[in-house]
Design a protein around this ligand. Structure first.
Ligand SMILES: O=C(O)CCC(=O)C(=O)O
Length: 265
C-alpha cells in the first residue's frame, strides 16, 4: 500500500500491524504504570467544542513519562511517511534524509466521548500539502461502535467548510485493530464515533506533528530539560523542538533554524 499517495489523494492512510503484539503489551503495561504515577486525568482540557473530551481518561505527554512512548513518537515507522509531507526541503543544516519537523502533542485518550467533525488547523493550503499531521495509534480495537475515527476522504483538498455545510455522503469509518495506526492531515475533516452498548471505549495514542516553523502546543525543550536532552539522539532532539528554538537572549542567534552541530553553523 502506498501511504504517501493515499495521504495525497484521500487525506489519510492506515498502517496495519504498525505495532506487533509484544509492543502493544509493552505499551499497555507502560500506560498502566504511568497512570499509577500521574493518574488518568492529566489533561488541561482543550478549549472550544473539543472541551467535550474533558471527562475522558487522558494522559497528556505520555512520552515525558515513558521511554517506550518517546521511542514510538520519535522513531516509529510512521516518521518517514510524515517526513514526506512535513520536512522542509530547504532546511539545509540537518541532513535531508533526517526529519526536521517537530512533535507537538503525544497524548493517550480513552475514546469515551464522540468528537464532532472538525479540523485542527487555522490555515489550509490549496492542494495536498499541509504543515500539520496527526497519527492515531490504536492500543485496543477502535471502530464504528466504540469511539473510532471517521473521516471525510478528500476534504483536505477543499476550501474550509462550515460544519453544517459538510457533505457526509462519502464518510469513511477508519476501522483500527489494536496495533494499527492512521495518519492524516490535520486539515482533513475528522471526528470520532459514539460508544454504544455493549462496546467499551478504547485507548489510543494521538500524535500531532508540525513543520519546524509552526508553534508547538508544548515547550518540550523546557519540559524535558537540558539533562535529559543531552543524552538523546539528534532525531529525538529534533522532534522535541531542540533545533528550532527561538532565542531567549536579546543578543542571541537570529535564526530559529538550527542544526545538529550548533558550533558549525
Ligand atoms: O482520538 C481520536 O481518535 C481523534 C482525536 C481527534 O479528533 C483530535 O484530537 O483532533
Amino acid at each position: 500500500m502506498n501511504h504517501v499517495s493515499n495521504i495525497k489523494t484521500q487525506g489519510y492512510t492506515v498502517i496495519h500491524d504498525f505495532l506487533d503484539k509484544r509492543k502493544i503489551k509493552d505499551l499497555k503495561e507502560a500506560l498502566v504504570s504511568v497512570i499509577e504515577t500521574v493518574g488518568d486525568d492529566t489533561s488541561g482540557a482543550p478549549v472550544g467544542y473539543q472541551s467535550i473530551v474533558k471527562h475522558d481518561k487522558m494522559v497528556n505527554n505520555i512520552h515525558y513519562h515513558s521511554k517506550d512512548y518517546l521511542e514510538l513518537a520519535t522513531n516509529g515507522s510512521h516518521i518517514p511517511i510524515v517526513q514526506e509531507f512535513l520536512n522542509d526541503p530547504y532546511y539545509g543544516i540537518i541532513p535531508a534524509s533526517e526529519p526536521n519537523f517537530t512533535l507537538c502533542q503525544c497524548n493517550m485518550r480513552q475514546s469515551s466521548t464522540a468528537i464532532p467533525y472538525h479540523v485542527d488547523v487555522r490555515l489550509k493550503a490549496p492542494g495536498p500539502i499541509g504543515w500539520s499531521m496527526q497519527c492515531v495509534v490504536a492500543l485496543e480495537d477502535r471502530h464504528e461502535f466504540n469511539g473510532g475515527l471517521k473521516v471525510l476522504p478528500g476534504s483536505h483538498l477543499e476550501e474550509f467548510q462550515l460544519r453544517e455545510n459538510l457533505d457526509f455522503s462519502n464518510e469513511n469509518i477508519v476501522d483500527l485493530k489494536a496495533g494499527d495506526a492512521a495518519i492524516f492531515f490535520s486539515h482533513l475533516y475528522h471526528a470520532t464515533t459514539d460508544v454504544v452498548e455493549p462496546y467499551q471505549s478504547a485507548w489510543g495514542l494521538l500524535l500531532t506533528y508540525r513543520s519546524w516553523w509552526a508553534k508547538s502546543q508544548f515547550d518540550f525543550v523546557s519540559m524535558f530539560g537540558e539533562e535529559r536532552l543531552s543524552i538523546m539522539s539528534n532525531k529525538e532532539k529534533t522532534l522535541l523542538g531542540y533545533y528550532s528554538q527561538p532565542s531567549k537572549a536579546w543578543d542571541g542567534q537570529m535564526s530559529a533554524r538550527q542544526g545538529y552541530d550548533l558550533d558549525n553553523i
